[in-house]
Design a protein around this ligand. Structure first.
Ligand code: NAP
Length: 488
């Protein structure tokens, strides 16, 4: 593969119980992994199915006793090796990621460091799974609380962060003492398989980290949500798919966590530092060509700074260089596929039909997978580009008069993942931060995610948190021990 120094990182088979498995599913043809920037074939991956998924669950089940019995220090040492190897191979992993996903190489390498940071962070946090002692209601008793790993964890992840969405889940699960099976998105399996290769080199035992690659999303998803040997299911993806997976998990009462869609408001008040707001809007909107769940979706600008903000924002967006992410200087890549471009174009066209105005972009780029960075003005909160998750490089600008009006508009959505606002008034900062119905709020900041902070949403954006000390709770069970008969 082009420019990969360590060719062993490019794998074509699922990784189950410490070995590489060609598909046993009869008649299944390989999955073609293509470069979204060029359409070229990057690699073929054997197409696993239900049988391999069940095999992976069995492997995770069989290795759970061994992995959970290790001390947190032993697990941390192996995870630290994994982190070190990911950082050592950051260039190759970044290149593989750009080839299958499209984001610019610098951003892809950033994702590798971001994903690896979760492994480093949780390796240490696993040493701090503390229990509790609670004063008992009578003198002959003692109440003790211990925390234990929940068991086998299954995960389904999306294509927009092919490394980090897996690292974020696997790091917490493994450090808690759980074993793990992930089914990555069909379009981006190579990053997941490269992670498995490095997990093996790091010494993580067979069966602890398994990756099954296959295009039967429903069939494999059914195994991962309904198998009785799986204790916990964790999903990152769209809200509609998340809802159906939650209901599938009900049959075996699994613990579930969901990282779903968003519709992030980005609010610029009259008293904001406009240059800082422009920088924040650029990074929160156009990273990954607008295809992140925490991407700014609606830009609300107060009347007094509308002209200045819009003029400076257009100038900044015009500076973006669109193209193949492997080319030096490219700052925004393609979208994942032609359908994603069609969906975004429709939101723009429908909003224009409803009265919005295109002031930049608004059309397809050099091939069917590119959509030009776009700015719309004159948008209202009920137009399609505002009421839907855009998931593309489009910024709708909405004007507002006062604080209570903008908080109401910002909250007028079923989503509640990330929100951003810019102000320098300390009273307003508290009022708005508390008034926004979102799991995460960036205040004078457009880039909020890191391993130490709790990532997650409210409302239909999901439940549970990833990263931070709270991120371990999803992978642990609380056990209450009552010791009696202690009085003489
Ligand atoms: P998606 O269509 O929900 O797909 C996500 C994953 O689910 C993929 O692996 C997909 O497999 C699989 N899948 C699809 N239908 C399934 C089914 N019926 N049963 C089992 N698995 C199924 O989402 P997407 O379009 O790839 O990703 C974009 C969405 O993810 C956006 O809404 C975004 O906001 C959200 N997201 C959220 C977060 C967060 O942390 N909150 C982070 C990133 C992305 P295939 O690849 O085979 O289709």
């Amino acid at each position: 593969m082009i420019g990969i120094k360590d060719s062993q990182l490019v794998k074509n088979f699922s990784y189950i119980n410490g070995s590489w498995h060609p598909s046993a599913t009869e008649g299944s043809s390989d999955i073609d992994v293509t470069n979204p920037a060029t359409g070229e074939l990057v690699a073929k991956v054997s197409n696993a199915g239900i049988a391999e998924t069940e095999l992976a669950v069995r492997a995770a089940k069989n290795s759970f006793k061994m992995w959970s019995a290790k001390s947190a220090n032993e697990r941390a040492t192996l995870m630290r090796n994994w982190f070190n190897l990911m950082m050592e191979h950051q260039d190759d992993l970044g290149r593989i990621l750009t080839l299958e996903q499209g984001k610019p190489l610098a951003e892809a390498k950033g994702e590798i460091a971001y994903g690896a940071a979760f492994i480093e962070w949780f390796a240490e946090e696993g040493k701090r799974v503390y229990g509790d002692t609670i004063p008992a209601p009578s003198t002959d008793k003692r109440i003790i609380v211990i925390k234990q790993p929940i068991g086998v964890v299954a995960a389904i992840t999306p294509w927009n962060f092919p490394n980090a969405m897996i690292a974020r889940k696997a790091a917490a699960a493994l450090s808690a003492g759980c074993t793990f099976v992930v089914r990555p998105a069909t379009q981006t399996p190579l990053s997941a398989l490269a992670m498995a290769e490095l997990a093996e080199r790091a010494g993580i035992p067979a069966g602890v980290f398994n990756v099954v690659v296959g295009d039967d999303a429903r069939g494999m998803g059914k195994v991962l949500t309904e198998h009785p040997d799986i204790a916990k299911f964790t999903f990152t993806g769209s809200t509609p798919v998340g809802k159906s997976l939650i209901s599938q998990c009900a049959s075996t009462v699994k613990k579930v966590s969901m990282e779903l869609g968003g519709n992030a408001p980005f609010i610029v008040f009259d008293d904001a530092d406009i240059d800082a707001a422009i920088a924040g809007a650029m990074v929160s909107k156009y990273r990954n060509a607008g295809q992140t769940c925490v991407c700014t979706n609606r830009i609300f600008v107060q009347e007094g700074v509308l002209a200045e903000f819009t003029e400076k924002f257009i100038a900044a967006v015009e500076e973006l260089k669109i193209g193949n992410g492997l080319i030096d200087g490219v700052t925004i890549g393609p979208m994942i596929n032609a359908n994603a471009v069609k969906d975004v174009a429709k939101l723009v066209d429908d909003s224009v039909a409803a009265g919005a105005k295109i002031v930049l972009g608004g059309k397809k780029g050099e091939n069917e997978n590119f959509y030009l960075p776009t700015i719309l003005t004159g948008v209202t909160n009920d137009m399609p580009a505002a009421s839907n998750e855009i998931f593309g490089p489009v910024s709708p600008i909405i004007t507002f008069k006062d604080e209570s009006e903008v908080i109401a508009m910002a909250n007028d959505t079923e989503y509640g993942l990330a929100a951003y606002f810019y102000s320098r008034d300390i009273g307003r900062i508290w009022r708005v931060a508390e008034g926004l119905e979102y799991g995460m709020v960036g205040i004078n900041e457009g880039l909020i995610s890191n391993a130490a902070a709790p990532f997650g949403g409210v409302k239909q954006s999901g439940n549970g948190r990833e990263g931070s000390k709270y991120g371990l709770d999803d992978f642990l069970e609380i056990k209450y021990l009552c010791m009696g008969g202690l009085d003489k």
